[in-house]
Design a protein around this ligand. Structure first.
Ligand code: SAH
Length: 216
C-alpha cells in the first residue's frame, strides 16, 4: 500500500487534465490531488490509475472515470459534516472523495464481494467517516434518512421514489438517468412536495440493479 512521489506527480497531472475538461471546484480538485486512486484499483491497472479512465474492479463493475467522480461531486456542493448517501460503493474511491471533503458518508453496495473487499480497504486506509452497507440501494437507507445529499453512481432507468423521499428539504440528489447512455440529473427538494429537476451532460454508467447479489 505505497504512495510514492511518482504517484503524487501523476495525480497533479490528472488534476490539470480535469481542470482543462472543466472541473473548477477547488475542494474537489484537492481531493483528487490527495487520494491515492491507485490503491482502489487492481494491481494490474496501477500503471494507468491516473489516466482519466474507467477500469474493471471485479464482478463486472468499474471504478468511474475521475472526470465523472469530479463532475458528480461538484454538483453535490458538499459542506463539512453533511450526511451523504452514496448508492454503488464499488471500489470506494468516490466515497473516499466525499469523506475527504468532510462529509459523513453512508455508502451502499449490492454485491457482497465488492462490499467486503471495499469495507476492508477503507478501514485499512483509515477512512473513519465512511459507513458501508450491503443492501439494495434502490430502497435508499430508511433507517439513516433523511440525507443532505444523495449520489447514485450506477445508471437508473427511472428515479427511485425512496431516494426522493429520503432527501432533506433543500437537499440535492444527483443520478445518471437513461438506458444505454444516461443524462446526469440534478434534483433539488424545494419543499415537502416540490422538487426541481435539471438534465445535464451525457455519461455511461453500469446499470443500477435490483436486489442483492451474493454470488457474482
Ligand atoms: N462509486 C464507485 C463506482 C461504482 S460502479 C466507485 O467509486 O468505484 C457502480 C456500482 O453500483 C457497482 O459496484 C454495482 O454493483 C453497484 N450497484 C448497482 N446497483 C446497485 C443497487 N441497487 N444498490 C447498491 N449498489 C448497486
Amino acid at each position: 500500500m505505497k504512495d510514492t512521489y511518482r504517484h503524487k506527480g501523476l495525480r497533479k497531472k490528472l488534476v490539470q487534465t480535469l481542470y482543462k475538461k472543466g472541473v473548477k471546484d477547488e475542494a474537489v480538485l484537492q481531493a483528487i490531488a490527495t487520494i491515492p486512486r491507485h490503491l482502489f484499483l487492481e494491481k494490474a491497472f496501477e500503471e494507468w490509475a491516473y489516466a482519466d479512465k474507467a477500469f474493471p474492479i471485479g464482478n463486472k463493475q468499474t471504478i468511474s472515470h475521475p472526470f465523472t467522480v469530479a463532475y458528480q461531486t461538484s454538483l453535490l456542493a458538499i459542506k463539512k459534516r453533511e450526511r451523504i448517501l452514496e448508492i454503488g460503493t464499488g471500489s470506494g474511491y468516490q466515497a473516499a472523495v466525499l469523506s475527504f471533503l468532510g462529509a459523513r458518508v453512508y455508502t451502499v453496495e449490492r454485491q457482497e464481494m465488492l462490499y467486503s473487499k471495499t469495507k476492508e480497504l477503507l478501514n485499512t486506509l483509515g477512512f473513519k467517516g465512511i459507513r458501508t452497507f450491503l443492501k439494495d440501494g434502490m430502497n435508499g437507507l430508511p433507517d439513516h434518512a433523511p440525507f443532505d445529499k444523495i449520489l447514485v453512481t450506477a445508471a437508473a432507468t427511472s428515479i427511485p421514489n425512496p431516494l426522493l423521499a429520503q432527501l432533506k428539504i433543500g437537499g440535492i440528489l444527483v443520478l445518471p438517468v437513461g438506458e444505454k447512455v444516461q443524462k446526469m440529473c440534478k434534483i433539488v427538494r424545494l419543499t415537502e412536495r416540490k422538487y426541481s429537476r435539471e438534465y445535464l451532460d451525457n455519461f455511461k454508467f453500469v446499470p443500477l440493479l435490483a436486489g442483492l447479489n451474493k454470488e457474482e
